[in-house]
Design a protein around this ligand. Structure first.
Ligand code: NAD
Ligand code: GLY
Length: 348
């Protein structure tokens, strides 16, 4: 005898990303998840926009080193103590670290409650807050525990950019450049001519375009079975650089900038892009004072670390490379000697 548990689904998890001054919102029960840095600068502003019949704040320490299960327990405890239920809202108020943790806490709190994203870094606005990747790090690596869990809405208010340190701003620009190189030649041209740090209108256009591109990728491939992997352009190299520097040498966006230059070197070797295109990408990154080189001490050991990445499936490294500006190729089975030639170009 066989009884089928029929779980074919027809769910609509669609949501809007609103860009512009945060409009007033009211909730029945909500918990703002934030850290002392962001709350010190902006909690008062947020509270002038957000109200609730019952509102609490889960204050967690600032930093990637606290993106772990211990902090998730802290967030859940605040939710239990304040008797939130499954119809309540967690409000992620901070950068990508806060966004990823809040989303994950929401995905498991009483088997799932609502959450919204109010990102306060440029990187979180253009990448992390959209698409529902949530999670934490553990001793085995970054973002290895988590869930795909979509927010009910994302609210991007440029007011928060005013207090961003220059390096954090540039790290966000790296992810914007990534989107342009992979998907949109015209957007890349716009970025070449724009001054995102000095021109607020240009910055808003770039944020909106990046979100539009990311939304389109996530719509096509929510759980990263295909095109979503393209968002990892530069990341295969970046993850090794971040691990070799104990996650303290570079901000994530900075490591991605170097990783994109390394991926372009591979693309050049494989004849996929022109030297001129590679130069244009490097120059755009340099315009925002992003690092574009890294001194590899041991190329063999750098190569071996590719296999620690969760995206390196069954021993095959997957590289995302541009095939010109605005288009991409996903390549597997790149001969080791070609990859080593790339790494040797970055030897200390
Ligand atoms: P972050 O969250 O650590 O924020 C960087 C620093 O800026 C922190 O000290 C933070 O407190 C501070 N900060 C935040 N907003 C500020 C503001 N308005 N003014 C001044 N300081 C402010 O780092 P991040 O770059 O935003 O995010 C990186 C994290 O995002 C990583 O953990 C990464 O794994 C994750 N990420 C997730 C996705 C995804 O799709 N879920 C995508 C990219 C990155
Ligand atoms: N930042 C990569 C992704 O959202 O898939």
């Amino acid at each position: 005898m066989k009884i089928r548990v029929d779980l074919r689904k027809n769910v609509d998890d669609s949501y809007d990303v609103e860009i512009g001054e945060l409009s007033k919102k009211h909730f029945k029960k909500a918990c703002i998840v934030t850290n002392p840095t962001v709350s010190g600068l902006h909690l008062e502003y947020l509270k002038s926009k957000i109200s609730a019949d019952e509102l609490c704040v889960a204050m967690v320490p600032d930093g990637e080193e606290y993106k772990n299960m211990g902090t998730i327990e802290q967030i859940l405890s605040v939710c239990f103590e304040n008797r939130l239920d499954r119809s309540s809202y967690l409000i992620a108020f901070g950068g990508g670290v806060i966004g990823d943790m809040t989303g994950f806490a929401a995905s498991i709190y009483e088997r799932g409650c609502n959450f919204i994203q109010i990102p306060t870094t440029l990187l979180a606005c253009v990448d992390a807050s959209v698409g529902g990747k949530t999670g934490v790090n553990n001793k085995y690596g970054k973002n290895l525990v988590g869930a795909f869990y979509q927010p009910k809405g994302v609210y991007i208010d440029p007011h928060f950019f005013e207090t961003l340190p220059a390096r954090e701003f540039a790290a966000g620009v790296a992810e914007i450049v990534k989107m342009a190189v992979m998907f949109d030649k015209e957007f890349f041209g716009f970025l070449q001519n724009a001054d995102l740090a000095g021109d607020k209108e240009a910055l808003l256009k770039a944020v909106a375009k990046s979100v539009e591109l990311k939304a389109s990728v996530v719509t096509q491939d929510e759980k990263e079975h295909g095109v979503r992997a393209v968002l990892n352009y530069g990341h295969t190299f970046a993850h090794v650089i971040e691990s070799e520097t104990n996650y303290t040498g570079f901000l994530h966006g900075e490591a991605v900038a170097i990783g994109m230059v390394m991926a372009n070197t591979l693309a050049l070797k494989l004849g996929k892009i022109s030297a001129d295109d590679a130069k244009r990408v490097k120059e755009l990154l340099e315009k925002y004072s992003l690092p574009t080189t890294y001194k590899i001490k041991d190329a063999e050991s750098f190569y071996d670390k590719f296999f620690l990445d969760k995206k390196t499936k069954e021993g095959t490294i997957k590289f995302i490379i541009p095939s010109g500006i605005g288009s991409y190729e996903i390549i597997k089975d790149t001969p080791k000697n070609i990859v080593m030639e790339v790494l040797n170009e970055f030897l200390a």
